[in-house]
Design a protein around this ligand. Structure first.
Ligand SMILES: [Cu+2]
Length: 91
């Protein structure tokens, strides 16, 4: 519930990008049951991370650009500034 840490990620275009998510929240959270999401609309990425769990996802190689990501499950969803971030892919 503390938001994304870090909220700014950097990667290189044309190289595989693997991200590991650590969700420290328990299922007893009223808001979203402790689940969180990593969503990038522009890339059609939608990762759900269960409470008290860790998950590594390979996003493959991405085109250069700045991609906004957010969690829309908890704490007011994507309108909450701490539940957003940017993935910067440089060519
Ligand atoms: Cu969340």
């Amino acid at each position: 519930m503390a938001g994304f840490e870090p909220s700014r990620l950097q990667a290189r275009a044309g190289q595989d990008v693997a991200l590991t998510f650590v969700n420290a929240d328990s299922q007893f959270h009223v808001d979203g049951g402790g689940w969180h999401q990593f969503r990038i609309e522009a890339l059609n990425i939608d990762v759900r991370i269960a409470p008290k769990s860790q998950k590594t996802v390979n996003l493959g190689s991405l085109p250069a650009g700045n991609y906004e990501f957010y969690c829309d499950i908890c704490c007011g969803g994507k309108e909450n500034p701490s539940m957003r971030g940017v993935l910067e892919v440089r060519g």
